[in-house]
Ligand binder design. Structure first.
Ligand code: FAD
Length: 354
């Protein structure tokens, strides 16, 4: 069977950037993407999320950035990605949901059901959207109302008139509360002290946030979300919600969930109709488990003190959109670094002549 020089798994911002640079470097590759259509995770985000609500979406390499309008992000960005794939003739194959990557005689075998692709190197660009994280609390299965994660958020109208508990301290929780506060009775619980940002987001603040995540990845710890350490901004809608008291959070997590609400360790309780878990995501890297890339600290250690994209345990593997590069600008840069890492590996380890 044909052995490729590289395979990119995932066609979000990180995967498309990697493919663009691999093509420029003349590396023979394919991109395997689990979705039915272009757009990465953006195609699945909630309808109320407009291009103005996202912080800033970086342009793909060699292109213009998508417009910063009031149009839906889940339409604008997928259309932008689709046009980019066509224009640059990127070798994307979809839908292909990779379930495991194994090693066979020194070659990487990428499996999706009974289909297999073989390659000498791999760029993993699978993001986090398919790995929603919900912490476990005793009694959660007894709750009679609805429990939804960010991935299922149906928009504020769905909750009109209800008492909604929002759990989590990130940008999604803040935006949900902003939208829900005028039409529902909200309750916010976040263990993490929110870090409010009043200034405009500066490149220095962004770099400082990314550096924190790099330090974790350099040590082989599980990465934190970059977006979670950039601080939370209140736009007009959220300022109105703040006036309604939506951000007067309880800082201590409840101890258990009961059929009609939640109860704290001190015995106090709050009745709620719905629980919205804005509790984040984990990297979608389960398919890499057979390669044993994780450190004993739980994360995948990357080279150059966490600023690179090469897995320390296996230089054939690049990770993009992981840890410090889990933002659109980070994903872009990581795509270029990864393509160079792939080429370097291929030059240093030429294929045996058959
Ligand atoms: P994704 O866009 O998630 O793409 C991953 C791709 O991999 C998908 O197409 C998926 O189908 C595919 N895939 C996954 N698993 C498999 C598998 N096993 N086999 C095959 N394919 C697979 N960043 C910013 O820079 N600015 C912002 O304003 C911003 N706003 C955000 C708002 C929200 C609500 C969220 C959740 C994130 C936001 N981010 C923002 C972060 C940003 O969206 C991502 O970090 C960035 O888009 C990187 O994308 P990615 O390519 O790593 O992943």
């Amino acid at each position: 069977m044909d052995i490729l020089d590289s395979i990119v798994i995932g066609a979000g911002q990180a995967g498309l950037s990697a493919s663009y640079h691999l093509r420029r470097l003349g590396v023979r590759h394919v991109v395997l993407d689990g979705d039915d259509a272009p757009g990465g995770a953006w195609q699945h985000r909630w309808d109320a999320l407009t291009m103005r609500d996202v912080h800033r979406v970086a342009e793909l390499p060699g292109d213009e950035p998508p417009a910063h309008t009031t149009e839906r992000a889940n339409q604008v960005i997928p259309a932008y990605f689709a046009a980019y794939e066509r224009e640059h003739d990127l070798p994307v194959i979809r839908p292909v949901r990779v379930d495991r990557v194994t090693e066979e005689d020194g070659i990487l075998a990428v499996h999706a059901g009974d289909r297999v692709w073989r390659s000498r190197t791999l760029v993993n660009a699978t993001g986090t959207w398919t790995q929603p994280f919900i912490p476990h609390y005793p009694g959660m299965e007894t709750f009679v109302g609805e429990q939804l994660h960010t991935v299922d958020y149906p928009g504020p109208e769905h909750f009109r008139g209800q008492r909604v508990l929002v759990v989590g301290g990130g940008a999604s929780a803040v935006q949900f509360l902003g939208a829900l506060a005028p039409i529902t009775d909200t309750l916010w619980v976040t263990r993490r002290e929110p870090v409010w940002r009043t200034d405009d987001f500066t490149p220095e603040a962004g770099a400082a946030a990314v550096a924190l995540v790099e330090q974790r990845v350099a040590r082989g710890l599980a990465p934190q979300s970059v977006v979670s350490v950039t601080g939370l901004a209140l736009r007009a809608q959220e300022q109105e919600a703040a006036r309604l008291g939506a951000y007067d959070a309880r800082r201590e997590m409840f101890q258990r969930i009961e059929p009609d609400g939640v109860r704290w360790a001190d015995g106090s309780s709050e009745p709620v109709d719905a629980i919205l878990w804005a509790t984040g995501f984990r990297p979608a890297i389960g398919h890499l488990a057979p390669l044993h890339l994780r450190s004993e600290l739980g994360g995948i250690q990357l080279d150059r003190n966490g600023r690179g994209t090469t897995a320390v345990k296996d230089p054939r593997i690049q990770l993009v959109g992981y840890g410090p590069s889990a933002s659109t600008i980070g994903a872009n840069r990581a795509g270029r670094t990864a393509a160079r890492g792939v080429r370097q590996y291929l030059v240093q380890h030429p294929a045996p002549v058959t």
